[in-house]
Design a protein around this ligand. Structure first.
Ligand code: ATP
Length: 249
């Protein structure tokens, strides 16, 4: 069988590569049973956006990075899909911002936590980066959530003032917002509960967002917080882009 995920000339290379990463992560026990469904929904929305960073998403990404840079205790939340799709970019962003990553998953089992933490530690060593990866020893809970999915680190998520939450579910997003944090969501679905409730929502594909942030940091172009930033207006603009058709832009 031809491994199309290894052929960069294939027209669907990036998409196939991401699917391949998910397959590998599933085999390592990193993913929940619903992981492929969440990814498929993201892919569908990405088609509607033209598989590119639309201007409203670029604006949201600048504002989210500015809030992370201005925060006293920023943290980057990682779930199974995020670790599978963009472990390197998340680790690079944590190192560049000098802030921890925290593994925080919806269906928390010791086996899945160990698989995700093991993958991140292996990638961190391969990249030679210095960045804290939390999640191994939760000592606090997120108020308003029940069960193991509420578990978190006091020095990570609990006491953070700005949190990047890629591909988050609506309940946890709502609980984090209720704690008074700046909640910075990456979600290709502009209509999800997370997208609607966040402080800033980047309606864009995860690895594109992270690479855009890294380019801003590495290019010496750190953004400043825009006090007039309008979350709802930015979301509305993304929805309009989809409704109008991306070729009309
Ligand atoms: P909500 O509760 O917020 O309404 P949900 O809990 O139903 O949404 P999930 O099933 O947790 O949402 O799915 C996570 C979201 O992540 C989906 O809305 C999907 O569009 C989005 N998503 C999946 N893959 C990616 C990706 N690579 N980049 C950005 N977003 C993605």
């Amino acid at each position: 069988m031809v491994d199309v995920a290894a052929d960069p000339s294939h027209p669907r290379y990036t998409s196939l590569l991401m699917r391949h990463r998910l397959e590998e992560a599933a085999a390592k026990g990193m993913l929940a049973g619903s992981a492929m469904i969440a990814h498929g929904r993201g892919e569908a929305f990405d088609y509607l956006l033209g598989e590119r960073t639309v201007p409203a998403a670029a604006l949201a990404t600048r504002q989210a990075l500015a809030l992370l840079l201005a925060a006293e205790r920023p943290v980057l939340s990682v779930n199974g899909n995020v670790a599978a799709l963009a472990a390197d970019e998340m680790l690079r962003l944590g190192a560049a911002l000098n802030c921890p990553l925290e593994v925080n998953i919806f269906y928390r089992t010791p086996e899945r936590m160990a698989a995700i933490l093991g993958h991140l530690e292996a990638r961190k060593a391969a990249l030679g980066l210095s960045v804290d990866v939390l999640g191994h020893a939760p000592d606090a809970t997120i108020p308003g959530l029940k069960g193991p999915r509420a578990n978190c680190h006091r020095d990570g998520i609990l006491n953070s003032d700005a949190i990047l939450v890629p591909l988050e579910d609506g309940d946890r997003c709502e609980a984090l917002v209720a704690m008074g944090k700046h909640v910075l969501v990456i979600d290709l679905n502009p209509l999800s509960r997370s997208a609607l409730q966040a402080t800033v929502t980047m309606v864009d594909e995860l690895s594109r967002v992270l690479n855009n942030m890294l380019a801003m940091l590495n290019g010496g172009d750190p953004p400043s917080v825009d006090p007039a930033y309008d979350h709802q207006a930015v979301l509305d603009e993304v929805v309009q882009t989809v409704v109008n058709g991306f070729s009309a832009q």
